[in-house]
Design a protein around this ligand. Structure first.
Ligand SMILES: [Zn+2]
Length: 445
């Protein structure tokens, strides 16, 4: 059933939260645009469920959309003749988005209230993506139901808070995303300063009080929460823990499963494409065939292959044959969950390590060094290596004329920002920028 706006129950939820969650905003914009797209979103969820259990010809859908629409109305594809299959198109890469990203915006995007976001940049230079409101809603809310469904859990969409997404503290604040469609359930994005054990502890207590079905976060935060010293959760307080944004190690996964007393699964996606694959209850990644058409580029047989993704999930910026830079180990055998598609045995790319403060507290590298890119326009690229807990070597590439002076200034600002959490030395060097580029490395052993 698709409702038409915010009802009183959602207002009550906001009031209830305001009683104990400090300073959160409410994203009415995403909610209202979701209400307008209720039917489309319902169709997406139906497609997803169908595609999870049977074949789904997404390629044909994309090809049709390309021939009828995209080749006329997306500048980057303009002038192309009709195609028979996606392989008729060239592969595009992050570089294309960096240098001519606006060419991938659909003509219709001009009339949409676009939400622009810069990708996290953990695997290369950040790129700017324009999101349609319907994509926003899918990414923030609907994806929770998909992930849970893939893990064997059919969530009740009528729930006070369906999911709490715990993120690093930045300037955007905590946000409640109401769900006027009744398809997904409200999501609360909750900020926490992961450098503080006291904050991690109070975050765990907030989670207990809110009681969402799902807790979603990235590995370093799940690790921090599990080690915060907070009392572990009782059985069934949380139904599922979802990890995303980086590869989840078996070690952190095990700790989080114990702490939350719930199953832990990973979702794999990119800022550019949305979610691509989910882990089933048997621990294997399966592609969301209703949303992403995936090619695996590499030698057939053994060895890793690079993922190439085509998706129409974001109508504002349809990316076809996008080279992800992430490698996988493809597997062909049937999974114990019953799916026999060529699943992804594991996502081998983008392992973002957890850094440690000098005091030994786990902290996410992108949180610790998030302001570095804003220090100077002369900074071309950077990479951070942890040498030992709290000690970092930051390699920078600059276009500044006085490189030594530039390095001194960056070092001063960095160490000011690290503020006792650790120290950084700055090295001037060229940084190779292939597909294997990793911004954060842990060399502490
Ligand atoms: Zn499976």
């Amino acid at each position: 059933m698709v409702q038409r706006g915010l009802d009183s129950r959602q207002g009550e939820t906001a009031l209830w939260l305001a009683g104990f969650v400090p300073n959160f905003g409410i994203d009415l914009h995403a909610a209202l645009s979701a209400a307008r797209h209720g039917h489309a979103l319902e169709a997406r969820l139906d497609d997803f469920r169908r595609a999870w259990v049977q074949d789904f010809d997404l390629e044909q859908r994309i090809v049709q959309s390309f021939n009828l629409d995209l080749r006329k109305r997306v500048p980057a594809y303009r002038g192309w003749h009709e195609i028979g299959c996606l392989r008729d198109l060239p592969v595009i890469s992050k570089r294309d988005l960096l240098y001519r990203g606006a060419d991938f915006l659909h003509d219709d995007a001009a009339s949409l209230d676009l939400y622009a976001k810069t990708s996290s940049g953990t695997s290369g230079r950040p790129v700017k993506i324009g999101y349609a409101p319907v994509f926003q809603f899918e990414y923030l809310l609907l994806s929770i139901r998909k992930v849970a469904y893939a893990a064997g859990l059919d969530l009740d969409p009528v729930r006070r808070i369906q999911c709490v997404r715990v993120i690093d503290r930045d300037d955007s604040g905590s946000v409640l995303y109401p769900d006027p469609t009744g398809l997904a359930g409200p999501v609360l994005r909750l900020q926490v300063d992961t450098r503080s054990l006291a904050e991690l502890d109070s975050c765990a207590n907030l989670l207990r009080r809110i009681g969402p079905a799902v807790v979603s976060s990235k590995p370093s935060i799940l690790d921090g929460l599990s080690r915060s010293g907070a009392r572990p959760f009782d059985r069934d307080q949380i139904q599922l823990v979802v990890s995303g944004g980086a590869v989840l190690s078996a070690e952190i996964s095990g700790r989080a499963a114990q702490f939350f007393n719930a199953s832990v699964v990973s979702a794999y996606g990119l800022s550019e494409t949305g979610l691509v694959a989910y882990q089933c209850a048997h621990g294997r990644f399966h592609i969301d065939r209703s949303a992403c058409y995936v090619e695996q580029d590499g030698p057939s047989g053994a060895g890793t292959a690079e993922l190439i993704v085509s998706t129409l999930l974001n109508p504002a910026m349809p990316l076809l044959r996008y080279r992800t830079g992430d490698s996988t180990l493809p597997g062909q055998t049937q999974c114990a969950c019953g799916r026999s598609d060529p699943g992804l045995v594991e996502i081998a790319g983008r392992i973002v390590p957890t850094f440690r403060t000098a005091a030994g507290a786990p902290v996410s590298p992108s949180q610790l060094f998030r302001n570095l890119p804003s220090y100077s326009k002369d900074l071309i690229e950077y990479r951070v290596d942890q040498l030992e807990p709290g000690r970092f070597a930051v390699t920078i590439e600059t276009r500044a004329v006085d490189r030594a002076e530039f390095a001194r200034q960056i070092a001063a600002r960095l160490n000011g920002a690290l503020d006792g959490v650790g120290s950084a030395s700055v090295i001037l060097d060229e940084i190779p920028r292939g597909d294997k580029f990793q911004r954060y490395r842990d060399l502490s052993g």
